[in-house]
Structure formats: C-alpha cells, structure tokens
Write a protein that binds this ligand. Structure first.
Ligand code: SF4
Length: 151
C-alpha cells in the first residue's frame, strides 16, 4: 500500500491561517479508491504558529505576514519537521495545498498581498523536493491516479 504525506487542510482539518480548511473532496475520493495510507501534516502548525494566524507570503527569500513580521524561521522549522516526518515514515510522495507559502508546488502569491499568483513553490515543498520527495498539488489528480495505478 502506498503511503503519502497530505496537507491536513486538504483533509478538512481546520489548520488554515484563517481557522478554516481546504477540504478537497475529489482528492479524498481518489485516495480512498486506491486505499492510500495518509499521513496528515501541517508545516505551519508543526512549527508552533497559532491558528488562526496572519496570512503570510514569500517576498525576496523571506516570509512576511500581512502585518510586516518575518516568520521565516517558523516556516523553515515547519519544513524541517515535515521532512523528518517523511523520512521517519519512509514516504517519498506528498500532496500539498497549492498556492501556500509552505505547501504550494506550482504557484505561490507574489508577496504583495494583492491576490496575484506567480510560478513558484512553498518552503516545505522546496525542501521535500531537494530531498527526493515527489510533491503534487490537489489539482494533479490525473498524475496521481497514474502513479497509484503503477505502484
Ligand atoms: Fe494547509 Fe500547508 Fe497551510 Fe498547513 S501550511 S494550512 S497544510 S497549506
């Protein structure tokens, strides 16, 4: 059975910065169809940041909240703890929430809190990929299905 890391907010856990979640019904159905073993993670909560917390975006190598504070060290801590979790569970696939400054895998916000996306990846995604872990988003359902069919 395939074991993968999943952003907890995609599973309906209320860990998002605003106290809500990003429940991804079609993703959950796919995971159930292939009996994938799920290991939920939330890098920002694992780092000790509270929920709710101010929204943050990547800006010039830093992570800045909407009120102007740097939370880079917390985000790095969350990324490191996520990698440790993957390694301790022998996991080499993750499905993480698109557009997040931690979890984004194709797009992130541009750092101006203006709801503008640019190509890029979050800190946790970057660290996982640097360590050989494949990272998908909740929108990559066809790719994930192909992967599950072949494993
Ligand atoms: Fe979801 Fe990742 Fe943000 Fe946690 S850090 S709420 S898992 S997108």
């Amino acid at each position: 059975m395939k074991k993968i890391l999943i952003s907890a907010c995609l599973l309906g856990e209320n860990v998002k910065y605003n106290g809500g979640n990003n429940f991804a019904e079609n993703l959950v159905k796919l995971l159930e169809k292939y009996a994938v073993e799920i290991v939920p993670i939330c890098p920002e909560v694992m780092s000790g940041l509270p929920t709710p917390r101010p929204p943050a975006e990547i800006r010039q190598g830093d992570i800045i909240t909407i009120t102007g504070s740097s939370v880079l060290s917390e985000f790095q801590q969350g990324a490191n703890l996520t990698l440790q979790k993957a390694n301790s569970e022998n996991i080499n696939i993750a499905v993480l929430k698109e557009k997040s400054p931690s979890c984004g895998s194709h797009y992130v916000y541009d750092g101006n809190f203006a709801n503008r996306l640019i190509k890029g990846e979050g800190l946790t995604t970057q660290l996982l990929r640097q360590n050989g872990i494949k990272v998908f988003s909740e929108n990559d359902l066809s790719e994930l299905e192909r992967l599950f069919q072949n494993t």
